[in-house]
Design a protein. Structure first.
Length: 153
């Protein structure tokens, strides 16, 4: 498993470099596209729900959303029912760059998968999905998904 994870990490880092180069003129970082895509697909999502969905620390979600807000991609609004909750909504600017983000992500997948058969890709996808589901289940069981280290109650 350790070798497999090494390669997954390398794929992730290379993808981020690829995305960073193609998003630079947008003012969008390579780690921000999953946040922006999620907000566009779930307008009004709370920061906490976003952190749980992406399985990141709440502070990371808040930091990335603040950067997206600063660059005009989202707006955060206090929830009327609970003033402690911030809800994220995409702006027109986010909607305008969405096709490009999807195109860059699609292009990366196509280029990264070059020379690999459809059958091999499907097998890999099933295995990767099972690993991701296990990892997410473990994180939720441990109540660590969306939490800072040492914050467990």
């Amino acid at each position: 498993m350790a070798v497999f994870m090494k390669y997954v990490g390398k794929i992730w880092r290379c993808a981020n470099l690829y995305h960073a180069a193609r998003y630079a003129d947008l003012g969008l970082g390579p780690y921000q596209d999953p946040y922006l895509l999620h907000v566009c697909e779930h307008p009004g999502v709370s920061q906490e729900a976003l952190a749980r969905s992406l399985c990141v620390h709440k502070s990371n979600a808040a930091r990335q959303l603040a950067a997206l807000e600063k660059n005009g991609f989202i707006v955060r609004v206090q929830d009327e029912a609970d003033r402690r909750v911030l809800l994220a909504y995409p702006t027109d600017k986010a909607q305008e760059v969405l096709p490009r983000i999807r195109a860059v992500r699609r292009e990366w997948k196509e280029r990264a998968a070059a020379g690999i058969s459809e059958e091999e890709l499907e097998t890999f996808a099933r295995i990767a999905q099972a690993l991701a589901e296990n990892a997410e289940r473990i994180a939720h069981e441990e109540e660590t998904c969306g939490e800072e280290p040492g914050q467990r109650t």
